[in-house]
Structure formats: C-alpha cells, structure tokens
Design a protein around this ligand. Structure first.
Ligand code: MN
Length: 260
C-alpha cells in the first residue's frame, strides 16, 4: 500500500519531513514535492516549460523522494501519471506551516495538492498546522497518520477530500476534534503601496486576516477553541439552489428561450 506525499512549502520544509516519517508507519511512502516553496500558488499548473523530477536525499524509509520544479498540482499529476508504478491508496499534502481556513483553501497550494489527488479519484487529505516560525510538527504528523489509516480503510466518497487543520498547542491542551464547514475570512489592508528608489509605485500583498465566522461549527471557530478541525470539501462548486432562479433570466438573454 502506497501513500503519495506532497506539499507547497517545498520538499525541504520540516512539515513534510515529519509527515513522511509518521506515514511510513502506515504504509510505503513516495514523496513528490516542489523543489522550493510554492505557498499560495493555488491550483496552478506548469504548461510552458518542461518539468523535471530530481531525486533528493531523504532521511528515513521512503520509496522515492523527488523534487519537482513545479507546483503541488504538478507534483501530484506527475506522480500519478508518470512517476509511480502503482496508484497510491492515499494522497496527503502538507504539513503546511500555517492554517488553511475558509477562503484560504482557494489560494492554498497545500489544499490544491489534495484537490489534484481527488480529481484523479484518489482519497486525499490536506494538512496544516496553525502555527508560525519554529514549531514542532510531531503531534500533527502522528495525528495525520492516525487519520490516514482510517481513510485508507474506509475510503472517501468520490469528489470529496478532507482539509485538516491542527492547533499549534501542546498535545495535552488540544480539546478534541470537530467536523466543520468552511468559515469566512477576509484579509484587510491587504495592499501596501510604496515608492521604489526611482520614485515609481510598487505594491506588496500583506495585510491582517479578519475572521468573520467564529461559530464553533466552522473551521475557524473550532481552531479558536483549540480543537482539531476536519472539513470535508467537494470538487463540485455548483450552487444548485440558485439554478432555478437564474433560469428566470433566460428569456431576456435569448429571446424565444423558455424558462428551462
Ligand atoms: Mn505553504
């Protein structure tokens, strides 16, 4: 049984090392990850230059450890279509340094690594640790491997992946688990405008996060309470409940077209 591991912090990040070590106790591990950090790359893929997968040294038991000059989605595509001899039972992306909550999932390279696994019909899991700086990934990695064991055994529905966020607390202070929905977050004062030495404006994306949802059934709320958040995500973004109301516009858009 094979587990494919990727991330967006790059193959040398401590989060993926800890994850690889823990998952090796669940199954055989193949690491295919970006050669450098690609955080916030979303679901970007590389179409206009060749991709290369280069073997890198890896501490601990691993089937392969390959650094790719592409994005997390590239890594998973490449692994599934070209690099692996067998299809993995699970794709795990992470452990990201920093939470991926609410609308973050749309920007996140970590989540996109798992999304790409899901698109290809593999049970997939994205994992983030809600800390910054020098953190200890060992509890998050061990919890992830426990969840990985369950998913491998029980599977996930088609088109569904899990987004896991773990509080950066000592294990004894974690208040349990919550199955959550995506909360809403927004970033304010996101763009700083400065002048370069030649007097021309440049812009820097930064800003502070503003969490609009603190309800305990959201991922943001659960983490705020010191709980591990597991959000089931789905590929299908269709708003089914709005389809019928939207259909009322059809006669205006295309004369002769009925309301269907
Ligand atoms: Mn990242």
């Amino acid at each position: 049984m094979l587990i494919l591991v990727t991330n967006d912090d790059g193959i040398n990040a401590p989060g993926i090392k800890a994850l690889g070590r823990s998952l090796a106790r669940v199954g055989r591990v193949a690491v295919v990850a970006p050669e450098k950090e690609r955080s916030a790359i979303g679901h970007g893929i590389t179409m206009h230059k060749p991709l290369r997968a280069t073997e890198v040294p890896w501490e601990g038991p691993v089937e392969m450890a390959l650094a790719v000059n592409g994005t997390p989605a590239d890594c998973v595509k490449l692994a599934l279509d070209a690099l692996l001899d067998e299809q993995p039972s699970l794709v795990v992306s992470g452990i990201n340094l920093g939470a991926n909550l609410g609308t973050d999932v749309l920007y996140s390279g970590t989540v996109s690594g798992a999304l790409e696994g899901c698109i290809n019909g593999r049970p997939s899991l994205a994992v983030s640790l809600a800390g910054e700086g020098e953190v200890d990934f060992s509890f998050a990695a061990d919890f992830t491997s426990r969840l990985a064991g369950v998913i491998i055994k029980r599977g996930l529905p088609a088109g569904t992946l899990l987004n896991l966020n773990i509080p950066c607390l000592p294990p004894g202070e974690i208040k349990g688990l919550a199955i959550t929905r995506l909360g809403r977050r927004r970033y304010c004062n996101t763009i700083t405008r400065r002048l370069d030495p030649r007097g021309r404006a440049y812009y820097w994306l930064a800003g502070e996060v503003e969490d609009l949802d603190q309800e305990p059934d959201t991922d943001i709320g659960a983490l705020g309470q010191g709980r591990i958040s597991i959000t089931p995500l789905q590929l299908d973004l269709t708003n089914y409940s709005y389809q019928q109301e939207l259909a009322a516009y059809l006669p205006f858009l295309w004369p002769g077209q009925g309301n269907r």
